[in-house]
Design a protein around this ligand. Structure first.
Ligand SMILES: *[C@@H]1O[C@H](CO)[C@@H](O)[C@H](O)[C@H]1NC(C)=O
Ligand SMILES: *[C@@H]1O[C@H](CO)[C@@H](O)[C@H](O)[C@H]1NC(C)=O
Length: 349
């Protein structure tokens, strides 16, 4: 989902029960932000691995600091960057594998995410990206480095009080389940949801075992409304694909259940699931209320099939004013962000 935005109504979301928890989390001091997930939150790890799924070239990053492409799948910054800034930390979270950074930088924020990955090992194999278990291995390595750098006691405090962000799952369905026959021959789509959530639960329990306490996990966006899905929905006149949206909302409901369960079961755990589906759906169905004009196609190239290398500055179809487009590539893009909206960002992300 999201290379995405927010100058909209805080009050609109005030009824959300998650908000109480979020506000509690927001007021507490956060010494670092640690990120796991896919392209919605990858700040450049794919640059240094051998995958075709990269974005370290123009026009990506054209609205980033200095117009630099960084490996973010976005024209500008991505949600974790804004969240980090909102907590008074760095304005951009460095990618763990980026050789330009070291533990000095990672001490206040680090990203292990990899575009194209998912909960399922098989998903990360599709485009040869970093599987979730490997993100966890990198996190363990990071913990050792942090302890060596600031001392054990201080490191443990940072790791315990840090805010952890986790965002993935879309690729498991779109890149894997609905694209290749293997998982479909093993699981019905409901069973596959449960399989993914089992993997998620396992991951979250491991994080808790390592001392993680504050975590925001993002469910699925209305993935039937992503440009590629609409473009291929010929029978449905390029409307959103209802089945994908239903699968996403159902998954999100199950995820919320899991979060409630784990908060009860795991001592000291304060997890929230960000209800991004509803917010994205609002933006997609009422774009003008949020200052967007185009929702059906993306800014990149023709805005339908292109990702990664095909989203190029040399492609004559790439739009000139990304601000009018809800989607930059396959994902929602972030418009201007005000400092006053960390909560919304949190929710969005
Ligand atoms: C990290 O990199 C900076 C600048 O490149 C360097 O000054 C610093 O010593 C490095 N820190 C560690 C712990 O390696
Ligand atoms: C995913 O792969 C890792 C590494 O090979 C393995 O340890 C793990 O058990 C796998 N997970 C599942 C659910 O198969």
């Amino acid at each position: 989902m999201s290379c995405s935005s927010s100058p909209f109504l805080l009050s609109f979301f005030l009824s959300l029960s998650a908000l109480t928890l979020l506000i509690t989390a927001t007021k507490a001091k956060v010494p670092a932000i640690v990120v796991f997930g896919d392209s919605s939150v990858d700040s450049g790890n794919n640059n240094v691995i051998s995958t075709l799924l990269k974005s370290n070239f123009q026009p990506y990053g054209r609205d980033f600091f200095g117009g630099q492409p960084t490996g973010r799948f976005c024209n500008g910054r991505i949600p974790p960057d804004f969240i980090s800034e909102a907590f008074g930390l760095k304005p951009a979270i460095p990618a763990y594998l980026d050789p330009a950074y070291n533990i000095t930088d990672f001490a206040t924020g680090v990203c292990f995410a990899s575009a194209g990955t998912g909960y399922d090992n098989a998903t990360s194999k599709v485009l040869n990206v970093i599987p979730l278990w490997k993100e966890l291995e990198y996190y363990k390595e990071y913990r050792r480095q942090l302890r060596a750098y600031v001392g054990k006691k201080k490191a443990n405090k940072v790791l315990r009080e840090a805010l952890y962000l986790m965002s993935l799952g879309t690729n498991d369905f779109l890149e894997n389940y609905y694209t290749f026959p293997t998982r479909r021959s093993q699981f019905s789509v409901r069973q596959y949801q449960d399989f993914l959530l089992e993997l998620g639960e396992n991951f979250l329990r491991q994080l808790h075992g390592l001392g993680v306490r504050k975590l925001s996990i993002t469910g699925l966006p209305p993935m039937g409304c992503l440009p590629l899905e609409r473009a291929t929905n010929i029978m449905g006149q390029n409307d959103c694909v209802p089945e994908y949206n239903n699968v996403a909302s159902e998954f999100n409901r199950k995820l919320e259940g899991l979060v409630v369960k784990l908060n009860k079961e795991l001592t000291g755990m304060r997890m929230v699931s960000a209800p991004s589906y509803d917010i994205f759906y609002q933006i997609i169905t009422k774009p003008s209320q949020f200052g967007f004009e185009e929702t059906e196609v993306a800014c990149c190239s023709t805005g339908t099939f292109e990702m990664s290398y095909l989203c190029s500055q040399y492609n004559p179809f790439t739009c000139s004013d990304a601000n009018k487009y809800v989607f930059w590539m396959l994902f929602i893009q972030l418009k201007k962000l005000t400092k006053s909206s960390p909560t919304i960002l949190f929710l969005l992300f």
